[in-house]
Ligand binder design. Sequence first.
Ligand code: GLN
Ligand code: ZN
Length: 769
Amino acid sequence: MAIAHSLGFPRIGAQRELKIALEAHWKGELGEAELLGVGRRLRAAHWRLQHDAGLDLLPVGDFAWYDQVLTHSLMFGVVPERFRTPGDAPTLTTLFAMARGVSTCCGARHGEAQVASELTKWFDTNYHYLVPEFERDQTFALGWTQLFDELAEARALGYSAKPVLIGPLTYLRLGKAQGEGFDKLELLDRLLPVYGEVLDRLAALGAEWVQIDEPILALDLPQDWKNAFERAYNLLHRAPLKKLVATYFGGLEDNLGLAANLPVDGLHIDLVRAPDQFPTILDRIPAYKVLSLGLVNGRNVWRCDLEKALAVVHEAAARLGDRLWIAPSCSLLHCPVDLAAETELDAETRTWLAFAVQKCEEVALLARAATEPDAPAVVAGLAVSRAVQASRAASPRIHRPAVRERLAAVGDDQLRRATPFAERIEAQRARLALPAYPTTTIGSFPQTPAIRLARQAFRQGKLSAADYTEAMQAEIRHAVRIQEQLGLDVLVHGEAERNDMVEYFAEQLDGYAFTRNGWVQSYGSRCVKPAVIIGDISRPGPMTVDWIRYAQQQTDKPMKGMLTGPVTMLMWSFAREDVDRATQAWQLALAIRDEVSDLEAAGTGIIQIDEAAFREGLPLRRSGWAGYLKWAVEAFRLCSSGVDDATQIHTHMCYSEFNEVIDAIAAMDADVITIETSRSRMELLEAFRAFDYPNDIGPGVYDIHSPRIPTPEEMILLLEKAADRIPAERLWVNPDCGLKTRGWPETEAALANMVAAARHLRRGRQVAA
Ligand code: GLN
Ligand code: ZN
């Protein structure tokens, strides 16, 4: 019998119950006892769903009040000093303080007594975890019993439960050493005894298996980290329960031998991301070990091709017999909960999709098929899967020859501007006549409650299209008036009409589908609902032209057109699995190229194409970087290069870890790039020591993530630093991201100071000249 199991289930709830409860608790509207009750009910419901779907072994420890890495930090006693109260054990309040920070006065971020731990992306997913903070003299001690309590809870409900832990090497690797000159790996020997205690206690509570996640085995690892694996697992070996080491998000590659031979009882591998490792692993896995095959994609919403997966299952079953386990590729945390809630999706699209619950059913069916290929349920399930694959393969909604033909016909001349930057910038300067240190913003202005209410009323049919348009035009007039009063040089319309920078465009493109409840946790109580790319993409008509034209009519200053780029559209959607990412990005690029052209024809002289997700598309392994960067850069060039010399293309990226990809960013050949630099104190500019960025650049001069109002002096300082590296005639002045999360008063105050800073620098230049 092959065992069917899952590595983890979404915790947020099919109706986002956890989000709602958490936010009510934070507002003081829901007591702690009630919150605990919501958690307990959700866990019970999720175990039940997985059990009913046919899984044999259910995960425990996948539930978290905010983030599973944070739960581990509490479990190991990794609580930074600023959150500790001497003598007191950490509480739920401690946990939320670490996650969200504690403010002392007026809720202002700069007034916070305790700044929250840093959030960062969990591998290449859109989930963000709280980075553990390690001190040089870090000690570890068991300090949080949640995992044990939840194991007892699952067992009391009668389930076969498998506790899930993040492994010691992955946990250390994800953390950050505070202070100079010490290596996190030195902490391993201090950390391992606590793991030993945890394992002993899980065994004492009756756990037969524990799942230990070591996804870093799918990364490029330094040799000392590789060596540490064997040492660590030799030490954990003696704990009296069986250990399954889980790897995911990629192939083991050079770590395959290491992973296969760790002194544990089982190994899980991701065969969705890395199907090629299958035959090799069969030869390398020792004869005593369980092999868990991740065959159902935990990162996407498509139904599994069961027939294809079954071929693998049969081959593995012949070799492994009872040592075969079947699972999703990774935790189901990264997909929505239940397709059953999608009652508004058209019937055909629905048959193509599978969310967490359905993925558990697929896993169960594959496991069963290993030994009972003729069971009626297996035969029926396979027939459905075959029919679904056939309907997708033949659907004219997916395969649109005109889109394919257009893409095939793209020539090199469509991938580059007609003239080099040095020439076209002259044409742009002549047309735009901007002062030195031109000021602008990144696109969005505050999304006020009034804007949200108007959009909601419009969507519910309570506000007519004409009234909605009028309301949004009033917002544009307001934004333009303020920008003129502030004296900004290049204006924006403010993006009031956009709910989200991806969904807004996706809704106007052919080839996308939308779910009503397809929420995925991003961090804490925050969820995202990515649109689904179901087929070849095209643009039926202009998407932004009317708004931008209207905005331009309100002012004599240049108005920037504002679009989202192809890579970001792709990265923040659920992508297709039947064609590669490059093809989808290029189809998006052609659609955006048409929009760029329409904007240009409508008289727009500056068009910004945001690529907020450009860097996060980088593959986890270095070996994948060049391939990705090539198609990603070309996708940007394809969407942006069809304009006249005098039309200026901007792009925007909201992070500063560019050093490794700076030449790719330059190769995008945008005339102007605006980037985040304020939080990193212009660290980015270090990159410009080694690399001479050729085009115009606007290093963000203040952090929009905080309501704090920066002074002109600090922005002048940052700009002077920038001017050391980048010729002043190529510098722009702007905040580091869009302003939609801010309020108007702080926005106006901050921008007034920003304009003052630019004016100051201009005067300095005149004096120097
Ligand atoms: N133009 C978008 C805005 O200003 C960019 C957002 C982003 O980079 N995430 O909101
Ligand atoms: Zn940004």
